[in-house]
Design a binder for this molecule. Sequence first.
Ligand code: MG
Length: 255
Amino acid sequence: MKIARYEDKGRVRYGLVDPEGGNVREIAAADPFGRVEATGVVRRIEEVRLLAPVVPGKIVAVGLNYRDHAREMGKMIPEEPLLFLKAPSALNDPGGEIVYPSQSQRVDYEAELAVVIGRKAKNVEERNAAAHILGYTCINDVTARDLQVKDVQYTRAKGFDTFAPLGPWIVTGFDPTEASVRCLVNGEVRQDGNTREMGASVYRLVEFISSVMTLFPGDVIATGTPPGVGSLHVGDVVTIEVGGIGALTNRVVAP
Ligand code: MG
């Protein structure tokens, strides 16, 4: 299933996107974590405005989870996953504008596979992790790199409003172990990785994170970025693509 969240005539709804992608079928429930039943209302996908497919209580992100990205940052993959939190207020929609903050001179894209939690997870073992995952989508972990270096920790650099584009929809029944993760800027490929190059797998991350903090339905895990990170400029159009999921496109605008 492809689960979308969208605005239809001023109302926010969840719906299921057809396999061909042309239509979205509204579901009755206020969220996609329980039973999903169609109401019978069907819209063309162009008729609605896609929103970030979930409103997370928290976004748990993983640093340096791809060996070659760690190397390009002059680091090693950490022994244990390196976690940080991205402010939920940074959430941005497919097609939304990324606002380049005046405090930064260097804003980077980071293409990542995003995990959407479907069932409360506390101390979940790796082998049981899949049962706690609703599905997967794309996230751009936009980062003010100069401020990340200056501050040492990541709250400001990763936390600006609009710095967490998420979408375009959640794909269920998806295999996260071998998916391409790409970033394109103005149509040019800048990152071209695969989740098989991750240090800690998605299931290991659920185990590790849920041993620290409870994950709730709707929480998002940003699983780290492959090599090729680089800067964005005002006017750029940036697309994150995960094979088998879709494309998440945003434009960078001046403050
Ligand atoms: Mg990242």
